[in-house]
Write a protein that binds this ligand. Structure first.
Ligand code: ATP
Ligand code: MG
Length: 585
């Protein structure tokens, strides 16, 4: 993972702030007004004491009292208005931030998604959203207020007593400068390691919980507990280390504060003994110390907070920078579905993390309406063929042309909408069955959904569910069997009504009775569509127009079922014989 600089994160946040420039600058203006009122306070307090001590005419007492109360009331009024504006600003920025992250992550390549833990990604996004909140609050309210007030107070002191003012200014600068340095170079690196360990907790947990069925089937709960325990123990060690560092940084700042108090009181008392300062001036110095101390005390806490928030925001910044993997070209147009002619022309392809290419100079043409079966041993490249067709990966050479359009030149969503896929293990959303079926075409009416379900022979089992089409299914809803989910996927394909149909082992989870029923449904689904059928059970391929036999990314044989049977030592014949012998391949 690249380490981002504080500046890069600030830049990222700034771009979001600038989406609402008027609200932003209004908040800044109000924050500065608050700082000015804060600086006025010690001045007024000092004059008040002088009046009481009889150094100024009596009638000014009430006037000054009135000013003190007025300044305080004004301060809180400005503060209230500022927050009212800020709330609107903050909520809107967070809305964009989380929306953009979701939008981007959804569009990352399937390769990316295959390599990331879903749970960790979800955590990164929501953590980043709240980290922004902390970051913005800290920078604008805490640090900006603190810095402007401190500068204001230093200037005021310098005007009154130059030596004291400059001394205090230097101490403040050291406090903030060294404090920031410690936090960025000493606490933050430890915190990065701590946060990585924290993410690992989430990832480990979601991995084990997602695969809970596997864990159960191997009775491996204790084993998972033990490896989780290792991850948590590692986190705890790193957390302690980080927290101790940050407490030590606080100790440095406390020392600076003590020095500052000594300086302010020392100087003012000295001036008083010399007759250069009134009692009110000593009060002014003391009050100034309290105001400075309040800001500095929190400044160090806020710097640490901002630093941590910056670290947590990194993930969102990285999401924004991360290349999509497979991206639409800037000039990409929508795919225009035609008759469904597919051509692979000199296609070259290797998975990023594999040394050898799977496809080398691969050529194949599929005619409109043709039914093509793909067979071959596991790992021979059948699913890869489909993934390339959907452009889930980009080819390294050559091109894939559908209906005269290079798949790399059209928008991905329009391309994929033209290819209906019935996968081996279809996933369902935690939504109603009707919504799940209509996922292929969200504007489908209830009648169309039911018609599609009937044609997919899904209607029968749906009728028996507690709330029929309104039953919630998926992760947290009613569970459907593999065969039932496949029929939902087939219904989706009916609704999608795409010119190209891909069936990846679509009937593998069905018993022979149901299979024969929905074989009719699939037959109807295939009518008039270019169909690619991946099948392990070779008997299901009797009626296809052409069978392609894959071996290590090459088509080693092709022809009809009958033709391939003729080849004495052909791959297909061998596959068939292995299957007939009841062996799995
Ligand atoms: P099966 O019958 O088991 O589904 P298949 O013919 O569909 O196999 P593919 O999934 O196309 O095989 O895989 C072809 C080769 O590519 C395999 O060696 C596999 O290990 C590799 N492979 C598949 N997906 C990836 C990936 N995302 N990254 C790297 N290598 C991959
Ligand atoms: Mg496969």
């Amino acid at each position: 993972m690249t380490n981002l600089t504080t500046f890069e994160t600030a830049r990222f946040v700034w771009d979001y702030w600038m989406r609402y420039p008027r609200l932003f600058y209004a908040c800044i203006g109000l924050v500065l007004a608050m700082a000015a009122l804060d600086v006025a306070w010690p001045l007024v307090a000092g004059r008040f004491i002088d009046t009481i001590a009889g150094e100024l005419p009596d009638q000014q007492v009430w006037q000054l009292l009135f000013i003190i109360v007025g300044v305080t009331v004004l301060f809180f009024t400005v503060r209230y208005i500022m927050y009212r504006v800020w709330i609107v600003f903050a909520a809107n920025v967070m809305r964009h931030l989380v929306g953009d992250a979701f939008e981007r992550v959804q569009r990352f390549s399937s390769e990316w998604h295959a390599n990331e833990f879903a749970g960790a990604t979800v955590r990164k996004i929501s953590r980043g959203m709240w980290a922004y909140d902390t970051y913005a609050d800290t920078i604008v309210h805490a640090l900006l207020t603190a810095v402007t007030t401190l500068i204001g107070l230093t200037i005021m002191l310098t005007i009154l007593w130059p030596v004291m003012g400059v001394t205090v200014g230097v101490l403040i600068a050291i406090h903030l400068g060294v404090g920031y340095w410690l936090s960025a170079n000493w606490v933050a690196p430890a915190n990065n390691i701590h946060m990585a360990a924290d993410s690992r907790i989430g990832a480990t947990m979601s991995d084990a919980i997602t695969c809970n069925a596997v864990v159960k089937s191997f009775g491996a709960e204790d084993r998972e507990d033990a490896s989780f325990e290792r991850v948590v123990r590692d986190w705890a060690g790193k957390a302690q280390f980080t927290w101790i560092r940050s407490e030590n940084a606080v100790m440095f700042q406390v020392a600076m504060q003590v020095l500052m108090m000594a300086a302010l009181l020392g100087f003012s008392t000295y001036y008083w003994t010399q007759g250069l300062a009134t009692p009110g001036d000593v009060v002014l110095a003391l009050t100034t110390f309290f105001v400075i101390d309040g800001h500095l005390r929190h400044a160090s806490y806020h710097i640490r907070n901002a630093q941590q928030a910056i670290n947590e925001l990194d993930d969102l910044v990285l999401f924004q920078r991360q290349s999509m993997g497979v991206a639409d070209r800037p000039d990409a147009e929508n795919f225009v579905p035609g008759s469904g002619r597919i051509a692979f022309e000199n296609v070259q392809f290797a998975y990023a993390n594999q040394p050898d290419p799977i496809y080398e100079d691969f050529n194949l043409t599929i005619q409109p309406g043709e039914r093509v079966g793909l067979v071959g041993r596991s790992g021979s490249g059948k699913s890869t063929f489909v993934k390339l067709l959907q452009r889930l990966h980009d080819v390294d050479g050559g091109q894939i042309v559908i209906d005269g359009q290079d798949v790399a030149a059209v928008t991905q969503s329009s391309l994929r909408q033209s290819i209906a896929l019935v996968p081996q293990d279809p996933a369902l959303f935690h939504r109603s069955l009707a919504e799940n079926i209509a996922y292929a075409r969200p504007d489908a009416t209830r009648e169309e959904i039911m018609e599609a379900a009937r044609r997919a022979h899904a209607d029968e089992f749906i009728q028996n569910l507690p709330q029929g089409y309104d039953t919630e299914v998926g992760e947290r809803g009613v569970k459907l069997s593999g065969g039932e989910r496949q029929r939902v996927a087939i219904a989706r394909a009916f609704l999608a009504n795409a010119p190209i149909l891909v069936l990846d082992e679509a009937t593998s989870s069905l018993d022979s009775h149901t299979e024969s029923i929905i074989q009719d449904a699939i037959e109807e689904l295939m009518r008039g569509r270019t169909t690619i059928l991946i099948a392990h059970r070779l008997s299901t391929l009797r009626d296809v127009d052409r069978i392609l036999v894959f071996r290590q990314g090459r088509i080693v044989e092709q022809g009809t079922h009958a033709q391939l049977m003729q080849k004495p030592n052909g791959d297909f014949k061998q596959l068939l014989e292995t299957q007939a012998a009841g062996l799995v391949f």
